[in-house]
Design a protein around this ligand. Structure first.
Ligand code: NI
Length: 167
């Protein structure tokens, strides 16, 4: 668990770089990929976790600008990727400027229970990681090669000289 703001920011920035790489690999056509006919599209999922960042942090007391027109999922992959970049940078600035290390151990009501602000911040990272995992499946279904978030996608094992990758 995060004890200092700088611990959190390090983790936030590291995950944001990985998420950015996933989003930068999207094409406009891939945004309409669905997991089943009535399912959410890839674009909607990416837009959801992006626009949720300021909504979530504002809900827990940080002052941040919300994303405009959140109900309209962009048809441009570049717009989603650029919005994520802006929002994730603004989030780390807001947290650094508005909270101190001692804020992290303060309790707030969250999801029907008491959580520390450190847990609340970790919840935001988990939310993004959860949906980012969904995206990588949809990216594959859309016929694109997913970015290897925590390890290489299957194509890159062979480039590394590995014929039978570990599961
Ligand atoms: Ni969600």
């Amino acid at each position: 668990m995060y004890v200092t703001i700088s611990d959190f920011i390090k983790e936030w920035d590291k995950e944001a770089v990985l998420t950015q790489k996933v989003l930068d690999g999207l094409t406009d056509a891939s945004l309409t990929q669905q997991v089943y006919p009535e399912g959410r599209t890839l674009g909607r999922i990416a837009w959801h976790f992006t626009t949720n960042i300021p909504d979530y942090l504002s809900h827990f007391g940080l002052i941040m600008d919300k994303v405009e027109n959140t109900e309209n999922v962009p048809t441009s992959a570049k717009e989603i990727a650029e919005t994520f970049k802006k929002v994730s940078d603004e989030a780390s600035q807001a947290i650094e400027q508005q909270w101190t290390d001692s804020s992290l151990s303060q309790l707030q009501k969250a999801f029907g229970r008491e959580e520390t602000n450190a847990q609340i911040l970790m919840g935001l990272i988990k939310h993004i990681v959860h949906h980012r995992g969904q995206l990588t499946i949809l990216i594959r279904q859309a016929g694109l090669k997913p970015f290897g978030v925590y390890g290489p996608p299957k194509e890159d094992w062979s480039h590394l000289g590995v014929q039978n990758p570990p599961l």
